[in-house]
Design a protein around this ligand. Structure first.
Ligand code: MG
Length: 303
């Protein structure tokens, strides 16, 4: 069966500017076997080229812009498809500005059709300007709903969702949130993955570390979802959600053999850290992931 992978980045491939052990071998197994894959990130600040450079510095070489689909690209796709010729006032960084520019969506600080909120520094002055634009009738869009984003296991920063919430409070307008878990992000990504694949894909799998974005979005888009425990989610909190991943893995390292051989590992359904499904999931597969990073409980990442 031909399987394609959509792969979240932070918490799946790297954490705190360090590769997660086994992530490079996993990506090389994908490229060596010609398995279609696409990195899918809610971070709208970098361009795809920036992300390829970042992974190169971290030790994963040979990737190019076509391997990445960001919430900034998704927002630009959405606007160019739903309202071609529209104008925008942007609170965001290079990745978002570039994506909009490439789709010929013009900046407009007077009467934009939309205020677009992305990741990155938002000054009080820019927020006030955005507020005025919305008061004059502009719609409010956010590249992603993340209220906070991880910087390290101990630190987070405010995300685009928090910035959009500021404007929702000040204007009384509700924002429309693109990025994961929005279905438009997943459908667009699936389409892009199909373009990268040389043959028809029978199955698309989303690999991610966040229940509210990666796993929820995949579930709603009718895709398989593999939760990895190398990032922001603890096994104890998985049951708090009504949507559940297809599989739970320690990290992407657990998938490397399967990608190489095409044969599903019998230990892939194996979190088995206790709990009611212990017998169902089989024996525990211990790696050094938890020595590397132990996520601490945090408030929900998105609304
Ligand atoms: Mg993540």
């Amino acid at each position: 069966m031909k399987t394609g992978y959509l792969i979240d980045m932070d918490g799946v491939i790297y954490r705190e500017n360090q590769l997660i052990p086994g992530a490079a071998d996993f990506v090389y197994a994908l490229t060596a076997t010609g398995t279609p894959f696409l990195f899918l990130t809610n971070n709208s600040a970098p361009t795809p080229e920036d992300l390829a450079v970042r992974l190169n510095h971290l030790g994963i070489h040979g990737l190019s812009a076509r391997h990445f689909y960001t919430s900034a690209l998704n927002t630009a796709d959405f606007l160019s498809e739903s309202d071609p010729g529209c104008t925008v006032f942007v609170l965001g960084e290079g990745g978002l500005l570039t994506a909009l520019h490439e789709r010929r969506i013009a900046n407009d600080a007077l009467r934009p059709r939309y205020v677009v909120v992305g990741e990155g520094a938002a000054t009080m002055e820019r927020l006030a300007k955005a507020h005025e634009c919305i008061e004059r009738g502009a719609g409010l869009l956010a590249t992603n709903p993340d209220n906070w984003c991880p910087i390290s296991s101990e630190k987070t920063r405010p995300g685009a969702g928090a910035t959009a919430a500021f404007l929702e409070a000040s204007t009384g307008r509700r924002a429309y949130y693109l990025g994961k878990p929005n279905g438009y992000m997943f459908h667009r990504a699936r389409r892009k993955l199909a373009e990268l694949a040389l043959s028809q894909l029978e199955q698309v799998v989303m690999i991610g570390d966040t229940m509210e974005t990666d796993i929820r979005g995949a579930f709603e888009a009718d895709m398989q979802s593999f939760l990895v425990l190398s990032g922001s989610t603890r096994i104890e909190s998985v049951g708090d959600h009504v949507y559940q991943p297809t599989r739970i893995l320690q990290s992407v390292a657990d998938l490397t053999e399967e990608v190489k051989t095409g044969v599903a590992s019998d230990r892939l359904n194996s979190p088995a850290f206790g709990g009611p499904h212990r017998d169902k999931f089989g024996s525990r597969h211990q790696t050094d992931i938890f020595a590397f990073h132990l996520p601490k409980p945090r408030p929900p990442m998105t609304k």
